[in-house]
Design a binder for this molecule. Sequence first.
Ligand code: CAA
Length: 240
Amino acid sequence: MARLALVTGGTRGIGEAICLALKDAGFAVVANYVGSEERAKAFTEQSGIPAYKWNVADHQACHDAVARIEAAHGPIEVLVNNAGITRDATMLKMTFEMWREVIEVNLGGCFNMAKAVYPGMRERKWGRIVNIGSINGQAGQIGQVNYAAAKAGIHGFTKALAQEGARFGVTVNAVAPGYIDTDMVAAVPPEVLEKIVARIPAGRLGQAHEIARGVVFLCGEDAGFITGSTLSINGGQHMY
Ligand code: CAA
C-alpha cells in the first residue's frame, strides 16, 4: 500500500508542488491549509488530493487533525512541514505581534506537527520528516529578524530530532529554498526583488517544482541513511 504523506501549507506555492510531486512518486497525499477555502477547493478538484483546514500554530488542532486524518487514511508516514508566513519589516518597525506570529506558525508549527506524528513513526520504525527552511534562515535577511530566526530554528530542530529518530528509522531533514517564484516572493517590493535576483548566480528565481524534487528525494525508501542534512536549493545564492 502507498505510504501516506501529509504536507502542511500544501494547497499552493511550494507546498502544492510538493503534494503533486509526492503523488507522482507513488505516495498517498493529504494537504493542510488555513487560508483560502476557494484555493483549497480548486486544488482538491484539480489534484484529487484531500485538503484539511487547521492552523499549524494551534497545538491541539494539530493533534486533532492528525487523529482525524489517520482514522480516515491510515498512519502518516511522511510529514512535510512546509507551512510558513512572512511579516517583513526592519527592526525599528517590527512589532511584537509580527515576531510572535511568524515564530508560532513557522517554527511552532514544526514542533506541533512533529509532536503529533513522530510517536507513531518511531513505533513503526519508519518515517520521513522534511522541514522547509530557507536561505534566509542560513544567511539572514534585511527585514526578517522574525522569519530568519524561525527558519534558523527549523534547521536546529531538524538536526536535534534527526539524532533522536535515527535509531528508529525516522529521518529528519531540511530543504532550504532560495528565492522561488511564489506569492510569498511576489510580495517583495519589485525594486528590492530586482536587487535580490541580481545576486542569484543562476540569474533567475527558482520554480516550486525544483524544491519539490529535493523533498521527494529525501522521502524515498533509499534515503534512509540521509538524516540531519540540509539540502540547499537556491541557484547558487548561498553555499552553506
Ligand atoms: N536586499 C537588498 N536590499 C534590500 C533588501 C534586500 N533583501 N531589503 C531592503 N533592501 C534595501 C531597499 O532596496 C532600500 O534600499 P534604498 O534605500 O537604496 O532604496 C533599503 O534597503 C531600505 O528598504 P525599504 O526602503 O524597502 O524599507 P522599508 O521599511 O520600506 O521596507 C522591507 C523594508 C520590509 C524589509 C522591504 O524592503 C522588503 O520587503 N524587503 C524584502 C525582504 C525579503 O527579502 N523578504 C523575503 C520574502 S520571501 C521569503 O522569505 C521566502 C524565502 O524563504 C526566501
